[in-house]
Design a protein around this ligand. Sequence first.
Ligand code: NAP
Length: 473
Amino acid sequence: MKKQLFIAGEWIASEKYSELLSPFTLEKIADIPQASGEQVDCAIEAAYESRAMMASMPAYQRAEILEKLVRLLKEKEQQAAEIIALEAAKPLKTAIGEVQRTIETYKFAAEEAKRIHGETISMDAAIGGVGRIGYTLREPIGVIGAITPFNFPMNLVAHKVGPAIAAGNTVVLKPASQTPLSAYFIAELLEEAGLPKGVLNVVTGSGRIVGARLVSSDKVNMITFTGSPSVGIGIRNKAGLKKVTLELGSNAGVIIDKGTNLNTIIPQCVMGAFSNQGQVCISLQRIYVHEEIYDDFKQKFVAETQKLVCGDPLSLDTDVSALISPPDLERSLQWIKESVAEGAVIAIGGTTEGNVLLPTVMLDVNSHSKISCQEVFAPIVLIHPISTIEEGIKYINDSKYGLQAGIYTNDINTALHASNKLHVGGVMINDIPTFRVDQMPYGGVKESGTGREGLKYAVEEMTEMKLVIWNQA
Ligand code: NAP
């Protein structure tokens, strides 16, 4: 299968192609075009030229296109899930979940298109404002450069393309090199849904070339980036006055208070730690358990982990499959080894089957070990005892990241205290930090990023406020 770039509504070949390999079998899946600098410029130009047309498209028409996409995606749910499973090694049942969320995300985008509005200002609150009427409007920002990661190749594209169209913008999308097929699939469906030529352009190729060109172009008004902190920080430094939103990584933690019913929460915690092989920005990486229930928790968590089925992402039985690339597998093993040298103990896992790292539970991990203080992005979780909730809050806050955190407790005062003290973008009470539905505001503090996604909030980021004042005198 030889793919083509999508520029100005045309499918275009490239001079250079690179082989896309399955992360699970390492067999070739497709040939992916590597856009030249000139082709990226053409895509930017197409988006730039379509700005005025898109900005004047009525809200109901933008909503209709997104609604049509929702219908098409519903019809092709299985095919979409198989594409994700194939290129990202995301276990099929998790991939089906991602497609269902993607459908919801575009549905929310369609609804949001119809409620973009400003507010009236009480002009006569100022002595000098008497006799005037003032109100704000939200106008599209223009050309949006969207750069997306591999781990949710369809839904994280939706979190950028959906609100961008809803708000009347045009887009140049650069998907992750490992997961271009999901992005091309959505471009095909949007073409079928009647999106005018040039509104969405998809260019594949290395981040350092294609992504960097988007970031440096004067014709791109905003970069919306989801990916690793190091790349995000580099983008921010090069973007000049462009608006930039960054959805970056984390080492999310949960606190488990005494008195918590472990039987109900253990399956949730295991899912939070190992879903998509731990390659989730809010994957549960650190579990802090009250010492009174630590032994019980540890034992039950390991027993539940043992039940996970590892293997082929295309099998519906599989819970955990291959990491995204062999170097990521190597890095994960190295981090486990280093933490053991620093005093940690492997309770289960720590070994591989092909490109699959078996779900790994670590105990006695030093808080300075990489698997604690950096983003592990692999099926590795640590469990650590705490004697007070305060200690758990301190551990969670002792991180350069701050995306989401969770606390399980039966005490409302403890829950309220934790929600006040945890320095993160979102606190989940009686849930794992991995909880997300797509309309909620989502984003982090510290090195987890700036700006918020979630359709209403992304539309705010992707529009500019204009003030209008009428002088009645
Ligand atoms: P990544 O390596 O940072 O890549 C993300 C995107 O940036 C890819 O499209 C990549 O292209 C591109 N890129 C690489 N170098 C670039 C450059 N110099 N200029 C512009 N673009 C560049 O991240 P990943 O490994 O795909 O994804 C994992 C990371 O994403 C994790 O840190 C995870 O926590 C984070 N994430 C955050 C959220 C959130 O909402 N907060 C959600 C999901 C994932 P190539 O693929 O061609 O290199």
